[in-house]
Design a protein around this ligand. Sequence first.
Ligand code: PEP
Ligand code: MG
Length: 837
Amino acid sequence: MPNNNKELTLSAPLSGPVLTLANVPDAVFASGAMGDGIAIDPLNDTLYAPCAGEVIHVARTGHAVTLRADNGAELLLHLGLDTVELQGDGFSMLVKEGARVSHGQPLLRYDLDKVAQRCKSLVSLLVITNGEHFQARPITLKAVKVGEPLLHILAKTSNRTQDQEQDVSLEVFGQVRIAHRGGLHARPAALIRQTAQGFKSRSHLHFGGKSASCDSVMGMMGLAVTEHAEVHVSSRGSDAEAALQALLATLSTALAEETQAVAPPTNPHRRAAEDGVLHGVCAAPGLATGPLVRLKGIQLPPDPGGHDIEDQRRRLSNALEHVSQEIRLTLDDTRARRHRDEEAIFSAHLALLEDPLLLDAARVFIEQGSAATHAWSRSIDAQCQVLQQLGNTLLAERANDLRDLRQRVLRALLGEAWQFDVPPGAIVAAQELTPSDLLQLSAQGVAGVCMAEGGATSHVAILARGKGLPCLVALGDDLLGREPGTSVVLDADGGRLELAPSAERLTQVRHEQAQRTARRAEQHALAHTPAQTRDGITVDVAANVASSVDAAQALANGADGVGLLRTEFLFVDRHTAPDQAEQRQAYQAVLDAMGDKPVIIRTIDVGGDKQLAYLPLPTEANPVLGLRGIRLAQVQPQLLDQQLRALLQTRPLNRCRILLPMVTEVDELLHIRQRLEALATEMGVNERPQLGVMIEVPAAALLAEQLAEQADFLSIGTNDLSQYTLAMDRDHAGLAARVDALHPALLRLIAQTCAGAAKHGRWVGVCGALASDPLATPVLIGLGVRELSVSPPQIGEIKDRVRHLDAVQCARLSAELLNLGSADAVRRACHQHWPLG
Ligand code: PEP
Ligand code: MG
């Protein structure tokens, strides 16, 4: 091929369909970390030289060869993915290192069937490994035959404008000030990676003379970008401009958890030494006493070395897969429970587990003879060291997340049980606990946790606060030498761990705890009587549940009914749909668990982003604006009919109320009413359950009057109503702080809904998350809402709140809130009018 002044056209070394690197199913190649280039999914069994040059490297295992072309470009030709693991079996290298080869000369032959059956993928790569001097431009992205023109390479020039005009894969640059509190730590880095992965272009961050690929969370954390620092961003590829804009937006938007007032209660000043007391930093407030229990991390014995490389590689990859499955399960659970903080933390863990820097280092250690356990441990240690040397406390604390992954993967490798044996009520002491430890300990009912190390802004601290588990960190190594089993006092508010409390002190602490418990018990006891405002308006406080177990807890907590049973929980995470009998049984179990209270059962709300494996729905360009909720009746009418039949079989039907999600017009309601009528007649059922409509899109709120004419009740879903009114994704981590249902626009829609319903004598409830916010209780009552469906543990608190309000005053002041300009202004006014106790 012509070689004109460093430009060179490479011909296809293999025959087959062509792929861009971004589409290669291998994180390292796809990230561009190995260099720019192209891939072919080969159909032939011989790899040919794409140009003349010198063989500068031949892989020992015969699956790859590197040529230096005459223009100086170094070209790695890599056959298949992870083919190194075949240890040369099936490959015959036809050239030697140092040999001169001509264009089109055969370089290596391989047994196509054998290799195809045993490797991850046959997709083969042509990568320029000295890409700092050269750039690549694909000539075709269709299928090629050996010898056909494939890739144009040219030297990088300093004249960027000219380059860019010629370059089909444009590179664009931008700069931005980092808004994330504490800089670019794991969660924002994971979010940036996620944003970057939404585009074909490859993007990098540049800071302090260093660069990192946006595909690597570790790499980005390693830049040690501090809060408010200015970073440069580059994106290269066909959608570079869009990728750049998205990244700039993500970098300049603080995470919800960072913008909301969740700063940890701090008491950073260590106090003077006090006998029998360790001073630490409060990571989660509270007061607890209990026996001290010590937890230890995994200590690896020395590595004897000399392991079978392939075996160790396989073991590591199985362990990684195992842990990744576990984390995915945790994520499903946190998503189902809508615990955003937990979700963000474990999403970051998943991203770290897939991080090319960590995986590559571990693979190299294995190739050097380490056991998988030691290789993984060393790779984690190396990255922890990087984080700790950056001189940024927040990033140093993120080493804890890496150590979490070390423990989990080591446990998987060693086949160790994952459960700790800790008695409920214990105070757990450890060098350091990790997020997954904390989830487990909390589920086991421990009374508090304390650590020798750790920080108040770590992920463990965030989780501990979320779980209401008192937590002290940075107590020092003294903590670890303490006698297990002795009674201690964990006064997290005061930053103290009292190691030898006197009997008097224990009594005092127990008294204080008793007072707190009494307050909660008082609310709990009263929770079983109806909640009335001071001027005699009854407000039903019901519960949102997902199962009969939740329902039983709700009833025990004083729920006046179930305000929302999300039936989709019965349909997700399985391979086949529940049949009518299974559905009937599940709904009946909830009705039975609720005594004589009413139960509102919402028909299935899947579609959009909640996909069911057994229910293929069209792929959506805009899932949340697509076939979801009641619109499913359009495409899967039999599914809804089956659910209605199951509901009609429950008893007593006067306690079973049906709620329709995502309604936008009256006809949708009328259609379901007709179906209900037809099915009931067919089944010989005389009674009809009440039929309600969810108000969760602005159209429904604006049509509330017409809907109320045909519906038995309305229930406002403030989660979706916020999303659709504010045009902000309710799950967008960067916008979460602004998706606030107390926005005056939403309050106007709620007011309009209540006014529309009142015209037809219908009642209005709220089952979105706003109902569980005590700050919103007076506003909702003031606007006319008469049922609040909340999370079961909050029933007592919300009822207590109702009892301290005057409905007439609420109505007067709420009307004024409609004229405010932002959710923030509404929140401030609420604090003023109705301070929280
Ligand atoms: C809502 O949108 O407010 C609601 C209660 O429904 P979900 O959260 O299940 O979408
Ligand atoms: Mg909804």
